[in-house]
Write a protein that binds this ligand. Sequence first.
Ligand code: GRG
Length: 301
Amino acid sequence: MTAQANDLVRADLDRLLPIFEAKYLLPFQSGEAVRLAEAMQYSLEAGGKRVRPVLCMLAAEAIGGRAEAALSCAMALEFIHTYSLIHDDLPAMDDDDLRRGKPTNHVVFGEGQAILAGDGLLTEAFQVIAADTSLSAERRIEAVAVLAEAAGWRGMVGGQSLDLLGEALTRAGKPHDLEHLQVIHRLKTGALLRASVELGAVAAAATCAQRQALRKAGSLLGLAFQIQDDILDATSSEEEMGKRVGKDEGKGKITYPVLLGLEGARRALNETTERALCQLQSLPNPSSLTAWARFLAQRGN
Ligand code: GRG
């Protein structure tokens, strides 16, 4: 990335993160289940990069809208992302004790509360959009539909299911191929990243063509993001990632580096990112979203 693009990413984060940080914990400040609220906030505040909220707000700006218009969608995306990490770390799933350099939710709060913290975050995501009266009723319904498709069994949850089944097949000596890996990545990681840019489009009243371009770009960015995650798992240290690494290899998991080698995976990452960026060129104000997409493809954790 050029120094200029790096500066733009930094300036955008300095501008957008305070908008997000000022509001995203408000839904958890009142209510009777105080310990559960603590569990949800623990993971929300554990130091995530806020990739999805930033993508959502930048997508709104890329079509000439305001970041603030996309705030409830940005919050909802981070709630769903955080729920997915809490549940993914559970003993029944990936059984991880470290996330973002901190003990995982179930290690601190116990398995029962961690499951409920995930459930609470998932449902709060829809609540926060439904209650956002700054969006028209039509846009709220549209946003809820986009998010439900991306988070549910046709998206992230379905991808997680295919991934778990794929691990079992690999253990049984029947590993899947690149085509099947792409399906898993598209659903498990890609769907929520695609929804991140699409929700920015919905919140900022995109035209049909703008929404289509952002949806395609989001889909490719989601794949690129996961390819980089596969590469990082194979090449980074635990300190750099803030989580256990090398687990993919340890489990014999099929990933881009396993199927294509590291160089092949890097080539696929670059090609996928460039295809995503092509989609953005037709938008009125694509530079910040473009810089952020390049930054994500080169991120170190
Ligand atoms: C359990 C319902 C359910 C779904 C789990 C998304 C997911 C499916 C599991 C999370 C584990 C994983 C490796 C997902 C791939 C996507 C990914 C790289 C997540 C990490 O996202 P970042 O880098 O995380 O945005 P931070 O910590 O920065 O928020």
